[in-house]
Design a protein around this ligand. Structure first.
Ligand SMILES: [Zn+2]
Length: 305
């Protein structure tokens, strides 16, 4: 069996998870971010983190350990997914998600978002339409995460989906910047490569569609011209009555049904627009002839055999 390919979200999470922030202010911010994001259902708000990702739970433990805080992880199977609950020990336990633990430094704002992404973030595959989101525990924390993105110049929107709150980033450029600010440089590179592929593919598709439409129009026009020329030639009176230039255009089109307008014009030694005008008048004449041909009494070419 082929190994299951990691989703792009899993790749980004795997890139972010091993790094324990070196500064104490950032370690606090990482845990605040994790507490703000992820799953609802913390029994003792402030002392717990709940996430569906074992790698995020491990990152939280590593960060707490760096500050000599003891914690334990509980694995719980719920009907829809497995949840990991990280509980800080102590009496009373130090609050994890208190905003007053946050410094105003950019280092902490970035790390806050990194923690939030680790616990509850997702990002679309680089070749798919751009979308990054962080599932938040509440409307309030979703707004706080959106504001943190805003402070770093990333345009984020807070939305509610099926009763859950999310901070979302939705343009290709902003998703790229968001990956950088949370510290996923590898993810950013992968993402930008995919974005180039996606944009190039869209441009190629637009061009192919345009060319296909042009080819179809040209082919349709040639078919109409061949029909018109055939109909006129089968009506000797009308055929003889055609101006010389139109008759020549009809003959050329019959002889070269696949040729482009340019080639037909070249055969006649006239400009492209002159030939376009002649072929247009040819189809108009045939339409008129066809209407008349519908009445056998007015068409001496028929029945005279
Ligand atoms: Zn910091």
């Amino acid at each position: 069996m082929a190994p299951r390919r990691l989703s792009f979200t899993a790749e980004v999470v795997a890139e972010l998870a091993p790094h324990v922030p070196p500064l104490p202010c950032c370690r606090a911010a990482l845990l605040v971010g994790m507490a703000w994001a992820g799953e609802p259902g913390a029994a003792r708000a402030g002392a717990e983190l709940v996430t569906t990702r074992p790698v995020a739970a491990r990152a939280a433990l590593g960060t707490l350990r760096a500050d000599r805080l003891r914690a334990h992880v509980e694995r719980r199977r719920t009907p829809r997914r497995v949840r990991y609950r990280v509980t800080v020990e102590g009496d009373p336990p130090p609050p994890l998600d208190a905003p007053e633990r946050l410094s105003a430094g950019m280092c902490c704002t970035r790390t806050l978002l990194r923690g939030a992404f680790l616990a509850g973030g997702a990002v679309s595959h680089p070749e798919r339409p751009a979308h990054l989101e962080i599932l938040a525990r509440s409307a309030q924390t979703a707004t706080a995460l959106g504001d943190a993105f805003g402070r770093l110049g990333v345009d984020a929107t807070v939305v509610e989906r099926r009763g859950r709150w999310l901070a979302t980033v939705r343009t290709g450029e902003a998703v790229g910047v968001a990956l950088s600010v949370i510290g996923a440089q590898g993810g950013r590179l992968r993402y930008e490569e995919g974005r180039v592929v996606r944009e190039m593919r869209a441009a190629v598709n637009r061009r192919i569609n345009g060319e296909t439409a042009n080819l179809r129009r040209t082919a349709d026009a040639a078919v109409r011209q061949v029909e018109a020329a055939t109909r006129l030639r089968n009506d000797p009176v009308r055929w003889e009555g055609l101006p010389q230039g139109l008759r020549e255009a009809a003959e050329l089109r019959l002889r070269h049904p696949q040729d482009t307008l340019e080639r037909i014009a070249a055969h006649a030694g006239v400009s492209r627009s002159a030939m376009a005008g002649r072929l247009h008048r040819l189809t108009e004449s045939a339409r008129f002839a066809g209407a008349v041909a519908g009445n056998p009494h007015s068409n001496p070419a028929r029945g005279g055999g």
